[in-house]
Design a protein around this ligand. Structure first.
Ligand code: PMP
Length: 343
């Protein structure tokens, strides 16, 4: 019998489920006061579930959002249906940093620029902007921002398991599995337990963190096969040295690629160096008329999916945990070769 045929309540799947949760808790050192939920609906689902579950924590029904690119803007827009939603900070403007012009959505507003309302029910941050290629992992203490009772909610969809997480700084963290934890269909949600039980009355029960937590993510049939695959990936990460080893390798991969791009005369990375993502590396050919030729030749060299998202243009190399160092080295030698021929 394959996992996809098993009853989710039978002893075989129960064992798979329990091991999967225990491995995830161990890998990320998730403290006991956090519940780990496996839900459906992806990161986009959480854009609605976060306000549905948290905005009624305080009577004012307010929530604040940091806007840093495509995904945080989507979260912000979705939340509008549920209360008084404000922008705490945004990188949607061009700024000058250290004398150089920085385009909109190519930098993270630093915490000193965040204006958080102390009576907000939560503050939302997307810690890795997948399309823009930005990463912000050094989360501030909400106390330091003058908002000690505003829990930080983080969309970590596109860099979960690539580096450690500081659970003392965030109160809810969510991430779809499909980047670093297997296949689409399951969403990991880490919720500090004191935040359970505040859902709006109209929140559907299957989407309410509290009954989902109380029932070990089995309030209804969970996506068993996606959970099984995530469990295999967690074991693979453990066998390869855990999160510390993932982080070390991801740093090496990203440093190699960015340092080549910075040394090149043909390509350019437009993200501010302090905000560069280790997972998603957008870059541009200075002569954009070469884009089509670049893509055709990279594909012929078996370097696939390098075309940037249409919102940003250019190219993007996504180098998640599953991309080996050799893959990044192969990309760099192609980039060098293309530059030699067109420089
Ligand atoms: N947030 C981020 C940061 C993402 O990268 C994505 C998907 N790429 C989403 C949310 C949306 O996830 P899903 O498609 O699983 O709803």
């Amino acid at each position: 019998m394959s996992v996809m045929e098993m009853s989710h309540r039978g002893k075989h799947f129960t064992r798979i489920y329990q091991e999967t949760v225990a491995d995830l808790r161990e890998l990320l050192s998730v403290p006991d006061d956090f519940a780990i939920l496996f839900m459906q609906g992806g990161g986009s689902g959480q854009n609605a579930l976060v306000p549905l579950n948290l905005i009624a924590r305080k009577p004012a029904r307010k929530a604040d959002y940091i806007l840093s690119g495509h995904w945080s803007n989507k979260s912000y827009k979705e939340a509008q249906r549920y209360g008084d939603i404000a922008i705490a900070a945004s990188s949607g403007d061009e700024i000058v940093v250290d004398g150089a012009r920085q385009d909109p959505w190519t930098w993270y507003p630093t915490p000193d620029l965040w204006r958080v309302r102390p009576d907000a029910s939560y503050l939302h941050l997307c810690s890795n902007e997948t399309i823009g290629g930005l990463e912000f992992a050094d989360w501030p203490e909400m106390r330091e921002l003058g908002a000690p009772d505003v829990p930080l909610v983080v969309d970590a969809s596109s860099h979960i398991l690539s580096r450690p997480i500081d659970f003392s700084k965030a109160s809810v963290i969510y991430a779809g599995a499909q980047k670093n934890a297997g296949i689409a269909g399951v969403t990991m949600v880490f919720v500090r337990k004191d935040l359970l039980g505040h859902a709006l009355p109209e929140c559907p029960s299957v989407l309410n963190y509290q009954p989902v937590a109380e029932n070990d993510s089995m309030f209804n049939t969970p996506p068993t096969y996606a959970i099984y695959i995530a469990g295999l990936v967690f074991k693979w990460i453990k066998a390869h040295g855990g999160i510390a080893a993932m982080e070390e390798l991801n740093c090496r991969k990203a440093e190699l690629l960015y340092s080549y791009l910075d040394s090149s005369k043909l390509y350019v990375s437009r993200v501010h160096p302090a905000s560069r993502s280790r997972m998603n590396v957008p870059f541009f050919l200075r002569d954009e008329t070469l884009n089509a030729e670049f893509l055709a030749q990279s594909e012929a060299a078996n370097l696939l999916q390098l075309k940037g998202h249409k919102a940003v243009g250019g190219m993007r190399a996504s180098i998640y945990n599953a991309m080996p160092l050799e893959g990044v080295e192969a990309l760099i030698s192609f980039l060098q070769d293309f530059e030699r021929r067109h420089g």
